[in-house]
Write a protein that binds this ligand. Structure first.
Ligand SMILES: Cc1cc2nc3c(=O)[nH]c(=O)nc-3n(C[C@H](O)[C@H](O)[C@H](O)COP(=O)(O)OP(=O)(O)OC[C@H]3O[C@@H](n4cnc5c(N)ncnc54)[C@H](O)[C@@H]3O)c2cc1C
Length: 153
């Protein structure tokens, strides 16, 4: 058995008593997770932890994700009610967008290499004036850029 401190991973979906995690292999911990075998190996989970998102928000909502920051936003899009526009940015490989499509009004995609959707950063597509609430998860520079735009309103 391998023991190491827990790594924070978001709940990407919860349905029929099955929890889905979506993770990117970054270092040692996520590499070990990627080598686990279905049916035999076991993981210890602690949670849910953290504050979560407020699900009582109303109005026109923008969800903005960058890279693997999409993970918590998938479940959030399912749980929120209202008008939701989902903006997801990727470096090159695009994932999980078919599942998201079912739960949102509009889906905007960007890739840095231009392989799908807008070529560039997702923040370039986003106009904060169109929204009552903006929720985001992703790399800090992306969130800072988005937040900078929001406070100008
Ligand atoms: C709230 C939150 C939610 C997240 N949700 C997701 C998600 O849904 N999907 C996803 O892919 N990523 C998610 N992340 C990012 C994810 O937690 C990191 O990518 C992951 O921790 C990387 O772990 P690693 O061991 O692969 O990488 P590493 O870079 O090897 O390790 C990560 C950290 O653990 C430390 N560490 C390494 N080994 C040890 C050890 N033996 N003992 C103690 N510390 C050690 C490192 O110094 C480093 O700070 C989330 C992060 C946060 C904060």
């Amino acid at each position: 058995m391998i023991l190491f401190l827990p790594r924070p991973i978001s709940i990407a979906n919860l349905s029929n008593n099955i929890i889905t995690f979506l993770y990117e292999v970054r270092g040692k911990g996520t590499h070990i997770i990627s080598k686990l075998n279905q049916g035999g190996d076991k993981l210890e989970l602690l949670g849910p932890l953290g504050n979560g998102f407020d699900l009582n928000i109303k109005g026109k909502i923008a969800l903005i994700s960058g890279g693997i920051g999409i993970a918590p936003m998938i479940y959030l899009a399912k749980e929120l009610e209202g008008d939701i526009d989902f903006y997801c940015g990727f470096r090159n490989e695009v994932y999980y967008i078919d599942i998201i499509k079912e739960d949102v009004d509009n889906l905007f995609i960007s890739t840095e290499d231009g392989s799908l959707g807008h070529k560039g950063f997702i923040t370039e597509l986003f106009d904060p004036k169109k929204y009552d609430v903006v929720l985001t998860c992703g790399p800090t520079p992306m969130m800072k850029k988005k937040f900078g735009r929001c406070v100008k309103i």
